[in-house]
Write a protein that binds this ligand. Structure first.
Ligand code: PAF
Length: 281
């Protein structure tokens, strides 16, 4: 695996592959890598000639300085894991490399998508995600981009970004990887104590409850049972439990078998905010 820290360095290297018309696959990350990232890299390897990963903890997507300061950083372990997974190239830029001083940050017309769910609870978050992903895409110029379904709304935002920028990059959304208990793999899980990690599995159980009962119980009743279960199992706050159309993320209040429904959750246990989702039909 070759590591590049500068745009010039990675560009010179990738140009050779571009000229040979090799398929470049790309997995952007913020590090603290886990089995979910490994699965993205493996998907990328299986569908590209060259696998590029980046690690950059992007300051512009954090609306909470405390969250940014506490974001886990495990760079030595990450490099080892990427090497073992067979990643070809790691891009490890500094903030100054990606955000040169005095450069104005772009803003994107994301519309409805950034007013709901994560967009509502983390104002400015998706602008920050688009700022960094667009910069990274301009540098890596991949053919294929691999992202995880756990961040479902982020995938939709990136799809919108690709549309807004007339990009030809093909976005491939990979399934959520879970611990044996069902808890979705997340970089934030390392901040959970053993007890809270086991309590947090209620999120997946609640999602499964929704899947099992969507056609037999009214959505409002399912939602209040899920809320009660989360709170009883140690969650301190629930930002949302939302039943939405999976294609547009517009809320759904009554189920019809023709709907393609996704349920999304964001909830906090001992200052660790977790998100997850499940497509119900
Ligand atoms: O999902 C993430 O890890 C980040 O939001 C991303 C896409 C790498 C942008 O910083």
């Amino acid at each position: 695996m070759i590591i590049f820290k500068t745009i010039k360095g990675i560009n010179n290297f990738l140009d050779k592959y571009r000229k040979e018309e090799k398929i470049i696959g790309y997995v952007p990350t913020m590090g603290a890598l886990h089995a979910g990232h490994v699965s993205l890299i493996e998907n990328c390897k299986g569908n590209s000639d060259l696998t590029v990963c980046s690690i950059f903890v992007n300051p512009t997507q954090f609306n909470d300085q405390n969250d940014f300061d506490n974001y886990p950083q495990t760079i030595e372990k990450d490099i080892q894991l990427l090497y073992e997974t067979g990643c070809d190239v790691l891009f490890l830029p500094s903030a100054a490399e990606l955000y040169p001083a005095n450069e104005i940050l772009e803003s994107y017309q994301l519309g409805f998508l950034e007013t709901i769910l994560e967009g509502k609870y983390r104002p400015g978050h998706f602008q920050g995600v688009c700022q960094v992903v667009n910069r990274l895409l301009k540098i890596v110029k991949p053919h294929r981009l691999f992202m995880g379904q756990k961040d479902y709304q982020q995938c939709m935002v990136i799809s919108k970004l690709l549309e807004l920028t007339n990009s030809t990059v093909h976005l491939i959304i990979c399934p959520t990887v879970r611990e044996e208990s069902g808890l979705a793999k997340s970089s934030r899980n390392v901040r959970l104590s053993e007890t809270d990690n086991s309590k947090a599995t209620i999120i997946y159980q609640a999602l499964l409850f929704a899947k099992d009962h969507i056609s037999s119980i009214p959505i409002l009743e399912i939602e209040s049972k899920m809320k009660a279960d989360l709170l009883r199992n140690g969650f301190d706050t629930i930002d949302y439990i939302a039943f939405c159309d999976a294609g547009s993320l517009t809320p759904i209040t009554a189920y019809s078998s023709k709907d393609n429904v996704i349920v999304l959750i964001a909830a906090t246990i001992k200052n660790v905010r977790l998100i997850d989702n499940l497509i119900l039909n």
